[in-house]
Design a protein around this ligand. Structure first.
Ligand code: ADE
Length: 251
């Protein structure tokens, strides 16, 4: 039962590469995949690329070529939900594509052919990721407070809807408009990023369990680009490394 572990950026893959045992590099579809073991579990580490199409190609390759049994996405996201702060962790309960719009033929955000806007993540994997994230932040969260802009409290773990789109959301106006429009249709989105919904859809097509854990790097507002660079360099890779390694040990 091989587990695929995807990230968008090399920095997000961070320490996992260093912990990989018996690493074997494979190239396919213009991507580099690393097969090996983490804590005795067979894994494939992959960079999804940035955006939904790149991520869908990577996910399809992992299903077809590598025969993985499940996929887990780890990386960063912009917090848009109330109380979702930089340094917090979000485990996705489900995903939608916030830039998907086939209305008025189909309801806004619904993906034609699926009869739904939201794609579920796997409940059992979510439970493990939540446990791993909570345990890690309980141990180490306080150490990160100094690295977090305006942190008034220790980092928290959230569980809920995540939204993907082919945009880096970088103004407060766009972020609040996006959140308000989704909320008006009962989609209470916690965070935005650019790949997860695509991987969730591919996993649904292949009948593979999928889960995602994202560290909040910015508030998807006017300073998102500043927070993002600082955060990915200093914090996100350590989070991903520790949370995913704890998760793999529970499999
Ligand atoms: N990933 C991290 N921050 C993001 C943002 N603000 N918009 C889209 N993807 C992100």
């Amino acid at each position: 039962m091989t587990t695929a572990i995807l990230s968008a950026l090399p920095e997000e893959q961070g320490g996992l590469m260093h912990a990989l045992q018996q690493p074997e590099q494979l190239q396919h579809a213009g991507r580099i995949f690393w097969r090996g073991h983490l804590h005795g579990q067979p894994v494939v580490l992959a960079l999804s690329g940035i955006g939904k199409v790149a991520a869908a190609t990577t996910a399809a390759a992992l299903a077809e070529r590598f025969g993985v049994a499940r996929m887990v996405f780890t990386g960063v996201a912009g917090g848009v939900g109330e109380g979702v702060q930089v340094g917090d962790v979000v485990v996705a309960q489900d995903y939608l594509q916030h830039d998907f719009d086939a209305s008025p033929i189909f309801p806004r955000w619904e993906v034609p052919g699926y009869g739904r806007a939201r794609m579920d993540c796997d409940a059992a994997l979510n439970a493990l990721l939540l446990e791993a994230a909570r345990a890690y932040l309980a141990d180490a969260g306080a150490h990160f407070v100094a690295d977090l802009p305006n942190a008034a409290r220790a980092p928290q773990v959230h569980h809920g809807l995540m939204a993907s789109g082919d945009r880096f959301v970088s103004t407060a106006q766009e972020s609040s408009a996006l959140r308000a429009a989704l909320l008006a249709s009962d989609h209470d989105v916690l965070a935005v990023e650019m790949e997860g919904a695509a991987v969730a859809q591919v996993c649904r097509d292949y009948g593979l369990p999928f889960a995602a854990v994202r560290t909040i790097s910015d508030r998807a507002d006017d300073s998102a680009h500043v927070d993002f660079a600082h955060f990915v360099q200093n914090v996100a890779s350590r989070y991903a490394d520790h949370i995913v390694q704890r998760f793999v040990r529970m499999l």
